[in-house]
Ligand binder design. Structure first.
Ligand code: SF4
Ligand code: FES
Length: 557
């Protein structure tokens, strides 16, 4: 393989790679503002310039190119020697920093980007401690450019990443460079708002300084208080890789996590802002029975009472031969589905198994190379696959591996009057439609859900469930990627994961103490009892090194 030397490190590269790409692949840091791997390369910021020497084919000698070269735009050539730490390269970095800061307000103490700003970082590394600029700074306005994004123009360094994003990725062209010289600024075209085909938040991630800001996050948290946990989109079937950023058990924002095979560097606004229900005042936090709190019981006591009542209802339904039905929501993980099916079939080996409603909005939309999924549930395929595998593993089950979709499940319930129904929700919004309420009407109902809804007052037992950010699990996306995710925050209130509820219920059935939900041992059990060996290869919460990288890997199904 051809090789170049960057700052003393030997870096192999493949044909067509630029110097900065070879450096990135080997962990050699080169400063950059305008360069982004997902965008075209204008080479306009000049911070990445380096001293470059390469072999002269005529003399066979290594010769220095007389001027500094932009590493983002210069193709790597075998035998090249590159330095971004030599005296001329350092001097260039200093001068670029001085130029960029001439009109910059240097308002880091009140800037949302402080702590994750490359202007700030490179100022420390390459800048001057004091400004020589004595003149009046040019003041630029703050602008509201779209539903989610604010522009603080005087912090902009004109890298044009945001403009190129709307031109090259979304093709929506809302942003432009207006004016010339010192009064140049980014703006939206007159009468247009920045929507970027539902992906506007990406410009905030792309902006290397605090010029483009997320209205939703503005002044909420200093970024150095946030802890990041890698996760997966739990709102749609896209399987997009995300970072969950939380502080003291409260989620503050989601960011895209790079995965070249799935979402590249991007995420939709729908996923970015879709987590708000997690801290909604409408969250269910304690078990209730027939709409009433369990009198005088602490959370543990309320759970014991609710589980005992649920156990009695399920036993009663089996004894009276009406049987049990389980509707697993497509919002649940494969592990939750496995444990719920396991428990339901332990009560009633002929239990009706089905998938809850799968919300779909329009059809899939392609934005550049990015697909916005029409299916607004993360795991319809994984839930089906898991239920089928568990059902097939039950000997003598009369309906075999049959798993109903929602309409077939409603028909099956209509034929089985009085069957006890275990119904799971965990949708980010209202989902209990009149049709759904009618389908479970007349059935003893055990409801596991996250948000208050009409069924909470009529269900025999309501158990508060943990959202995907509050538990470990895995989802199978619409494109057949099975991916694990790890808990980012503790469950809200006394909520438990549906998988934990299934374990606890089964323990009461057997008269033993319930285990703690441990995703690694559940995945091992899925392999051993239901032939789902692929789950063992998913990232486990204990795999700290793998979790620390942005690549948590996925299994192609
Ligand atoms: S607003 Fe940000 S991303 Fe856009 S050109 Fe200015 S610095 Fe670059
Ligand atoms: S990163 Fe190379 S010129 Fe901007």
């Amino acid at each position: 393989m051809p090789q170049i030397t960057i700052n003393g490190t030997a870096c192999e590269f493949s044909k067509g790679q630029t110097i900065i790409q070879a450096a990135d692949a080997h962990g050699v840091e080169i400063p950059r503002y305008c360069y982004h791997p997902g965008l075209s390369i204008p080479a306009n910021c000049r911070i990445c310039l380096a001293e470059v020497s390469q072999l002269n084919p005529k003399t066979g000698k290594l010769e220095r190119i007389p001027k500094l070269m932009p590493t983002c735009h210069t193709a790597a050539v075998d035998g090249m020697v590159v330095s971004t730490v030599s005296e001329p390269a350092r001097e260039n970095q200093k001068q670029v920093m001085e130029f960029l800061l001439i009109n910059h307000p240097v308002d880091c103490p009140v800037c949302d980007q402080a702590g994750e700003c490359t202007l700030q970082d490179y100022s420390y590394q390459h800048g001057n401690a004091q400004s020589r600029f004595q003149e009046q700074k040019i003041k630029q306005p703050k602008k509201d450019v779209g539903e989610h994004v604010l522009l603080y123009s005087d912090r902009c360094i004109m890298c044009t990443r945001c403009v190129r994003f709307t031109r090259e990725v979304t093709g929506t062209n809302e942003l432009m460079v207006s004016g010339r010289g010192g009064t140049e600024s980014i703006d939206v075209f007159p009468g247009q708002a920045l929507e970027a085909a539902g992906m506007s938040g990406n410009v905030v991630d792309l902006c290397p300084v605090g010029a483009l800001l997320d209205k939703d996050f503005l002044f909420k948290q200093r970024v150095w208080f946030l802890k990041r946990v890698p996760s997966i989109d739990g709102i749609t079937a896209s399987g997009d890789n995300i970072w969950v950023e939380q502080n003291e058990g409260r989620v503050w924002r989601l960011k895209p996590r790079e995965n070249a095979a799935i979402n590249q560097w991007w995420m939709t606004d729908e996923v970015r802002y879709g987590w708000k229900f997690i801290h909604s005042d409408e969250r269910l936090t304690l078990p209730t029975m027939r709409g009433a709190a369990v009198d005088g019981a602490d959370p543990a006591g309320a759970w014991n009472a609710a589980l005992s009542r649920a156990d009695a209802l399920l036993r009663g339904a089996v004894a009276s031969r009406t049987g049990v039905a389980l509707a697993v929501s497509p919002m649940l993980s494969c592990e939750d589905a496995f444990l719920l099916a396991h428990t339901a079939l332990a009560y009633d080996p002929d239990a009706i198994l089905g998938i809850g409603p799968v919300p779909v909005s329009g059809s899939d939309r392609t934005v550049g190379t990015f697909t916005i999924s029409a299916e607004k549930a993360p795991n319809a395929r994984g839930v089906r696959r898991t239920l089928e595998a568990v059902a097939a593993s039950v000997p003598g089950r009369s309906s075999g591996a049959t798993v109903h979709d929602w309409s077939a499940l409603r028909a099956a319930l209509a034929k089985r009057a009085g069957a006890a129904v275990i119904l799971t929700g965990n949708y980010p919004g209202a989902w209990q439609t009149p049709e759904l309420i009618a389908a479970v009407n007349g059935h003893p109902l055990l409801l596991l859900d996250t948000l208050r809804g009409p069924l909470c007052s009529s269900a025999e037992v309501v158990m508060p469930a943990a959202t995907w950010l509050e538990k470990d699990g895995s989802f199978e996306s619409a494109r057949g990627h099975l991916q694990g995710f790890c808990r980012a925050i503790e469950p809200v209130g006394a909520a438990r994961s549906e998988g934990q509820v299934a374990i606890d219920l089964d323990a009461i059935r057997r008269g033993v103490k319930g285990d703690h939900f441990d995703v690694a041992s559940i995945r091992a059990e899925m392999g051993a009892t239901a032939g789902m060996e692929q789950f063992a290869t998913l990232c486990q919460p204990s795999d700290v090194a793998r979790r620390a990288t942005s690549d948590m890997q996925f299994v192609e199904i």
